[in-house]
Design a protein around this ligand. Structure first.
Ligand SMILES: C[S@@+](CC[C@H](N)C(=O)[O-])C[C@H]1O[C@@H](n2cnc3c(N)ncnc32)[C@H](O)[C@@H]1O
Length: 226
């Protein structure tokens, strides 16, 4: 029997209208949609549920740092997806924003090299956030950098070398990031849960000092031109 096709679907930042027509067409026609979740509910599933016609299978991908444990989940979840594909089922794996940016999807995609696979891009969270904030990511010939903020040295280097920075995964060390941006003279924009019901926008990061920052949050920083 011919194996089914594996589709990675970028579903954009959170607004069901910010999904490509191609993504919707695939979600409407596949046999199975894989909805990844870490604790109990799949945020991605909530966004695209109106478009899904087939079966939904929720697979757990915990948000932990232990690489060995994570690999166990990736292996086990890939095994389940392979079984579906081997039965001839077409499968779509939904993922927030764009699938090729800091997404668990990449670890599954890489394990399915022997299968027919296609990735459908999605609007990245930082593009949606820039639109909401009314701040350009970069202008003219200016470069910009995207930084996940777990390593302080990488943050420092980015703030030293670039005038346009996008800081992702900021919830863990938000106060430190806010302090560094201010110290270096960056203008800032913060968006939490961009395009979701309880979206929050701030330009002054001091408004958030010592508050719990949601995991789905990012900061765009721009050094004021002299
Ligand atoms: C694992 S990465 C996934 C990135 C995603 N693939 C993308 O293209 O935007 C998760 C980080 O993306 C950012 N993020 C994702 N969705 C977001 C949203 N709706 N609002 C604000 N930040 C978001 C946050 O910085 C979060 O910690």
């Amino acid at each position: 029997m011919k194996s089914g096709k594996f589709h990675g679907i970028g579903i954009g930042p959170g607004d069901p209208d910010l999904i490509t027509i191609k993504a919707v067409k695939i979600l409407e026609k596949v046999d199975i949609v894989i909805a990844p979740f870490s604790k109990n509910q799949s945020i991605a599933y909530k966004i695209v549920s109106p478009y899904i016609k087939g079966q939904v299978v929720k697979l757990r991908f915990p948000m932990i740092r232990d690489k060995r444990v994570l690999e166990g989940f990736w292996e086990n979840n890939t095994r389940q997806i392979k079984a579906m594909l081997d039965e001839g089922k077409d499968v779509a794996f939904i993922t927030l924003g764009d699938p090729m940016i800091y997404s668990t999807y990449i670890y599954i995609f890489n394990r399915l090299k022997d299968y027919d696979r296609e990735t459908v891009p999605g609007i990245p969270s930082f593009c949606a956030a820039a639109a909401k904030l009314g701040i350009s990511i970069a202008e003219g010939d200016d470069p910009f950098v995207v930084v996940p903020t777990s390593d302080e040295k990488i943050i420092d280097k980015a703030l030293e070398d670039f005038d346009n920075v996008i800081l992702m995964k900021v919830s863990r060390n938000f106060n430190l990031i806010a302090h560094k941006l201010k110290e270096k003279g960056f203008k800032t924009g913060f968006v939490s849960r961009c395009c979701h019901e309880n979206e929050e926008i701030h330009y002054d990061l001091d408004n958030l000092k010592n508050q719990k920052v949601d995991y789905l949050s990012l900061v765009i920083g721009k050094k004021a031109k002299q």
